[in-house]
Design a protein around this ligand. Structure first.
Ligand code: 13P
Length: 348
């Protein structure tokens, strides 16, 4: 027997639409302990449960963030944490009218048989974890797969292993009443050109949607989070904003079924300004003309200026929150195609 429409279909569709509502996107704050360690080290702050709590509190309680952010993606530790005055983070999010999300994968690990590539783990016990997260208030989930471009890679093995796991994760999410975000990230690291990035992005999208189909994942209750089609960071001749926007949209049109609820982008190591400009260029030209909304699900591109300003000092919280709000606003405008560069100068 196959399942065409999941039990929670109405709710899944409603949640997925709200996640990508007009002028809104998602704030990723689901960094693993290792990633937090790295980010905090860059500002001279020791990463502890308490400093992570303080930092996530800063982000989540940013005044007005709900105008541009439909919901945050939390980490397992974060979904259990509370504000200084004892209010659960989940309640803070709900009181702002936002939707709590949760990262449920267990990270990317070396792929046996092709150890320079990675496969994301986390399927064991996932049904039970989804049940727990839903009972805590989560309504969507995220699973990130990493595709590395390099000598002789990515391999078929890597595309297939990651797409298969993502499809099983997505099916479990829908069974348990969470909207799955499926995130195949083609890494920006390396000197490859934009053609290579385009070819690899197409390949992983085709494999992913074939697997989602095979596992009866219901697309109106699913969100794709993907990387843009962009030149490698060390590529000697990097494509400009218009080309990145055009190639990304054309790649999506050629690989992503129209029934999908929405497409969101990760920033993947682009600067905050670059990430906003690319999203804006896509929406300025194509908004309302594509089968799905295109918006953001950035971590670094929203957090970076605030993290640098914060430096772990409670006296810096207010100003850091203004910086979070500013990036969220610019990206919200970019989701409407209404951002422009002059706004950066005015804000500065
Ligand atoms: P970046 O925007 O920093 O790439 O992070 C997005 C994300 O959630 C990666 O999984």
């Amino acid at each position: 027997m196959t399942i065409d429409v999941p039990k929670h279909a109405d709710e899944l569709r409603r949640t997925a639409r709200a996640m990508v509502a007009d002028g809104k996107g998602i704030l990723a704050i689901d960094e693993s302990l290792g990633s937090c360690e790295k980010r905090f080290k860059s500002i001279g702050v020791k990463s502890t449960e308490e400093t992570r709590r303080q930092y996530r509190q800063l982000l989540l309680t940013t005044p007005g963030i709900e105008e541009y952010v439909s919901g945050p993606i939390l980490f397992d530790e974060t979904i259990r944490q509370k504000t200084d005055d004892g209010k659960p983070f989940v309640k803070v999010i709900q009181d702002k009218g936002q939707i709590p999300g949760i990262k449920v994968d267990m990270g990317a690990h070396p792929l046996a048989g092709s150890p320079s590539e990675k496969v994301t783990e986390g399927l064991d016990g996932l049904r039970e974890r989804i049940e727990e997260y839903r009972s805590m208030g989560a309504r969507f989930a995220k699973w990130r797969a990493v595709i590395t471009i390099g000598d002789g890679i990515p391999t078929r093995q890597c595309y297939e292993a990651n797409a298969h796991s993502m499809a099983r994760y997505a099916a479990l999410c829908q069974e348990g009443g969470l909207v799955p975000i499926v995130e195949p990230e083609v890494l920006i690291d390396g000197d490859h050109d934009i053609d290579t990035c385009e070819a690899v992005t197409k390949e992983i999208h085709h494999e992913l949607f074939a697997q989602l189909y095979r596992h009866h994942v219901w697309l109106p209750g699913t969100i794709l989070k993907t990387s843009m089609v962009i030149s490698g960071k060390e590529c000697p001749q990097r494509a400009g904003v218009e080309e990145v926007a055009e190639r990304t949209v054309q790649t999506l049109l050629g690989t992503v079924p129209a029934a999908l609820a929405g497409v969101v982008f990760l920033s993947g190591g682009q600067s905050p300004e670059e990430s906003t400009a690319h999203l804006n260029a896509m929406n300025r030209k194509y908004r309302g003309k594509l089968p799905w909304p295109l918006t953001f699900s950035y971590a670094r591109a929203i957090q970076e200026p605030a993290l640098k300003h914060w430096k772990g000092d409670p006296n810096n919280v207010k100003q850091a929150q203004k910086l979070v709000y500013q990036r969220a606003k610019f990206n919200g405008l970019a989701a409407l195609g209404q951002y422009n560069k002059e706004m950066e100068q005015q804000a500065a």
